[in-house]
Each structure stands twice: as C-alpha cells, then as structure tokens.
Design a protein around this ligand. Sequence first.
Ligand code: APR
Length: 241
Amino acid sequence: MAKGEAIVILTGAGISKESGLETFRDEGGLWSRTRIEDVATPEAYARDPKRVLEFYNMRRQSMVDGNIRPNAAHLALARLEREWPGEVLVVTQNIDNLHEQAGSKNLLHMHGEMLKARCATCNDVIPWEGSLGLENSCHACGAVGRMRPHVVWFGEMPFYMNDIYAALDRCHLFISIGTSGNVYPAAGFVQHVRMRGVGRTVELNLEPSEGATLFAETHYGPASEKVPAFVGQLLNAGRIS
Ligand code: APR
C-alpha cells in the first residue's frame, strides 16, 4: 500500500438521509418548510430566540428519540480511516453524530454539533441532549438565557477553517459525499484542491450537485451503496491513482 497518501472527505446531509435524517434542499427537505431567515441566522436568534431554540430542540429530540444509527456509508468511512495507511480526515457539514457513532475519529464538525450547547457569553461548550430554553444558565459563567445550540448559523464563520485548508493543501484525494454544493466555504473545497494541480477529486452523490463539473470523477446513487463500493475499491487498490 502507498504510505502517506492523505484523503480528505467532505460530507453533507445526503450521507445521513438513509439513517432517517432529513436533507435541506431536496424536495420536501427542511428548507422547503422552514425559512432559513427565521431559524438559522444570528438575526433570527436575536429577534426570536425561543423560536430558534425550539427548532433545534425538535431536531435534537427526533435524533435522540428516533434512535438514529449510522448507515453503511458512515461505517465505510470509519473503516477507511482504520485501514488506510495514510491520513483520513472527515470534514462534515452535518450536526448529527453519526460519523462518531460509526467510529470515525479524525473528524471535524465545521457547522457544529447538535448534541452540544454553547454559552453566547463565555463560549463554554458542553454536551446537551435535552431541550434548550431561555431559563437555562451557563455552568461556567452563570449567565442566564445565553445557552444556544453549538451550531454555525448562516452569516457565522464555520469552525476549524485553518485545519481544514491545511488538510486540503496536503491531500492526494478529495471526496465529496451527499452535499448539494450550495453552501460556502464547503462548496469551494473542490476548487481549492484543483487549483493545486495535484490530487484526485471525486463526487459521490445521489445526483449531480451544483459543483458537479468541478470534480474529475463522479459516481451517482445512494450513499449506502456508492460509499462502501468506492472505499472497497480504494482499499483493494491500496493507492489513490
Ligand atoms: N445518498 C447520497 N446523496 C444523497 C442522498 C443519498 N441517499 N439523499 C440525498 N442526497 C444528496 C442530494 O441529492 C443533495 O445533493 O444530498 C445532497 C443534500 O444537499 P443539501 O440538502 O443541500 O445538504 P447539504 O449540502 O449538507 O447542506 C449544506 O446547508 O443548511 C445548511 O448548514 C446546513 O450543513 C448544511 C448546509
């Protein structure tokens, strides 16, 4: 096997769809029923914090109560990390915890995590499985009504950007899975890798994304089939190209 070849994988809502979680922009998706401006911006939170907290409370509750489990695609990425001789980094836009449940360890949640809450006053982050309300106080600084979901809203800076661009700069393979390519900066990662002039770029998605033409290689179908198949081929080949 080729030692040291690095892989970066970007995942989006499509990888969790077959586990029972909704996507955002597919027909009937989350953003077809709820306006982003009402629930997923700092302005929405400033205007009506209760409504925003309630939106995330419902999503958190359906994930915890629904006993949502990883599917074959999440498991295949965890297997890749275990068996590949070089670095494998999963950068996810998803706020669910299905990559962790599947066993991925080298994982960055660039849009935050649904099962954590953050104090808007002191930035302390803690695990949070129940409902969030304005009555909650921060365990660290004691501020009341300042606990918010530890997620990145539109207009806020995603997390770990320096680490992510450093990994994109050294990767030999970039794979994008289950994302529509509508939201930057994630949608621009493929161009970032291509501008280096080296590195294989692959899209695995149900259908061509907005950025499909930017990938050198594309495979379309459900993630639970396409991801294990691609990972199997990669591990059999033992090298990227
Ligand atoms: N297998 C593979 N891909 C799938 C599947 C599946 N079973 N089902 C749907 N898809 C694809 C869709 O075709 C679509 O291209 O997943 C993509 C989901 O796109 P979006 O709903 O736009 O989700 P995502 O790209 O993750 O959104 C990015 O937008 O609202 C924000 O913060 C939110 O992180 C999210 C960001």
